[in-house]
Ligand binder design. Structure first.
Ligand SMILES: Cc1cc2nc3c(=O)[nH]c(=O)nc-3n(C[C@H](O)[C@H](O)[C@H](O)COP(=O)(O)OP(=O)(O)OC[C@H]3O[C@@H](n4cnc5c(N)ncnc54)[C@H](O)[C@@H]3O)c2cc1C
Length: 489
């Protein structure tokens, strides 16, 4: 498989054993490399040498390069990770500046959590006044603007992004759950959102197949949205690629980042993959989802830098029944128990275990959407089982049974009969113990930024996160307070 789908060589610096030989500047700079390529970690320092010695080394280096050095390319910004977060950051930089941007991924877009995302762009389960509220509101506004721009260009956002104002229903069955939903509606209304509490009868009128019992009902936000994560990613990627014609965009897929190149003053100059050294003049952004914690540990392993990046994988399954015709859903739905299930915290002993003891904590709550292609998407599970992405049939059966509790007509169908039209999506959410992502400069490594840990909200928060990162890189003031997301040494 060809690993480089698009690449542009801008100001190509060349790397030999941790020394940068720049054709433009023709001088050897003092650099230190931290590299984990082939498990071999290098940390070297070289000083400026005499010009005769320089010439000799350049000649030797030119010979050695052809056989051992990776190809080097240089950009203003290098974004590591092509999930919804990384691709959105690249997009924001491309549309709001004249900087050149490279995106590098160990696989391809949608191979991480993004490919499994259900597509809620929702406020109904968010908490007004919480640290994440402002970012979520801004992000939703940016998604609305994105879809409006697509419309202005004569395209249909429903086709392009799977974008639809379905409204959201957070449903409960008991009087206790209704009390929680009433509190939510009051809070959301006070925050200025259009929110309604629906009793069982009202709910039946707008979502006839849903059964919640006489005591039940829902919090309804008519202005919430849904998108298709894969189609949205494909569109963002296509838009980003348009900048390749101007020499401002490059994609490096199937290229795991394995090392960093630092200059003597601690500035991160480049990232290494097995085939490439990608230099950055302005910033390197690490947006590698649930892999961010382990990747960063690997990258700084042989340095004296101490960082705590506690992002962990939280596995999720979704069950998709394609071309579902037994009933239609008019809204996006989620049981109110989802909130507790999302906020559930991994116990410290599990965090420390490195998952080796299989201390699996799992939970399932009902989520249901019908995408714009007519597929019924049922979720969802949350498990801490390390980086395992195998399909667990027990979990799928539990998701199906939980859905039947809310949609009894599903009991007339058997999962076995749906074998041919059934698909399972598995993704690893980037879980953060504090429940909010890390977005900002990495202490001790100038030029390096991080944007990761969006757990179950990465699609929702992507555009707000991208704007925040772009503003930081460009030195603009951020539209949303970035302090809650800052990284600390
Ligand atoms: C079942 C499920 C349902 C969800 N539903 C929703 C929803 O309805 N709404 C919502 O807002 N969110 C939802 N989410 C959450 C959302 O999908 C994630 O928060 C989001 O996709 C995270 O995006 P990301 O770009 O940070 O990570 P990812 O999509 O995981 O991307 C990270 C990328 O980094 C790459 N990478 C890793 N290591 C390296 C390396 N060494 N070098 C280079 N590249 C590397 C990976 O290949 C990957 O492509 C859901 C998640 C799941 C699992």
């Amino acid at each position: 498989m060809v690993s480089l789908s698009l690449s542009i060589s801008l100001n190509p610096d060349r790397l030999i054993d941790g020394i940068i030989v720049s054709p433009q500047r023709q001088l050897l700079r003092r650099v230190a490399t931290i590299s984990s390529t082939s498990g071999c970690h290098l940390l070297r320092k070289r000083s400026l040498s005499t010009s005769a010695e320089k010439n000799r080394r350049n000649k030797v280096a030119a010979v050695r390069m052809s056989s051992i050095t990776p190809a080097s390319h240089s950009y203003d910004v290098v974004v590591v990770g092509a999930g919804i977060i990384g691709l959105s950051i690249a997009r924001q930089l491309l549309i709001s500046s004249d900087l050149s941007v490279a995106v590098v991924d160990s696989a391809v877009p949608c191979s991480g959590a993004t490919g499994a995302g259900q597509g809620y762009i929702w406020m109904v389960h968010k908490v007004p006044g919480s640290e994440k509220w402002e970012l979520a509101m801004r992000s939703r506004e940016l998604w609305e603007k994105f879809s409006d721009d697509i419309k202005c260009q004569g395209m249909d956002p429903e086709e392009v992004l799977g974008w639809k104002k379905t409204g959201s229903l957070l449903v409960g069955k008991t009087s206790d759950e209704m009390a929680v939903l009433k509190g939510k509606v009051d809070q959301l209304s006070k925050a200025g959102l259009n929110a309604k509490l629906l009793c069982s009868n009202d709910l039946k009128k707008i979502e006839p197949v849903l059964v919640v019992g006489e005591e039940g009902g829902a919090a309804f936000l008519p202005d919430d949205y849904q998108l298709d994560a894969r189609r949205s990613v494909a569109y963002i990627e296509k838009e980003n690629r348009k900048y390749a014609n101007e020499g401002r965009y490059g994609e490096y897929y199937n290229q795991p980042v394995t090392g960093l190149l630092r200059s003597g003053n601690g500035k991160v100059e480049a990232v290494h993959t097995p085939k490439y050294s990608l230099y950055s003049k302005k910033a390197i952004v690490i947006s590698t989802g649930c892999w961010t914690g382990s990747l960063m540990q690997d990258l700084i392993k042989d340095s004296d830098i101490k960082l705590n990046i506690p992002v962990k994988p939280r596995k999720g399954h979704l069950l998709v029944i394609e071309n579902f015709s037994s009933f239609k859903l008019n809204h996006g739905l989620m049981e109110v128990g989802y909130i507790g299930h999302q906020d559930a915290i991994l116990q410290p002993n599990n965090l420390d275990s490195g998952y080796d003891n299989h201390a699996e904590t799992s939970s399932i709550s009902m989520t249901a959407t019908m995408d714009t292609l007519g597929n019924l998407v049922l979720g969802s599970s949350r498990q801490f089982v390390g980086f395992n992405t195998e399909i667990n049939e027990k979990i799928i059966n539990n998701i199906w049974e939980r859905a039947q509790d809310f949609f009894p007509s599903l009991k007339e169908l058997s999962l076995k009969d749906l074998e041919k039209t059934r698909q399972v999506r598995v993704g690893l959410r980037p879980y953060m113990p504090g429940g909010k992502p890390m977005i900002g400069p990495v202490p001790g490594l100038s030029n390096l930024f991080l944007a990761a840990g969006h757990e179950g909200e990465g699609l929702t928060l992507a555009l707000g996160t991208a704007e925040m990162v772009a503003d930081m890189v460009l030195g603009n003031s951020c539209k949303v307070d970035n302090a809650p997301y800052a990284l600390h040494a």
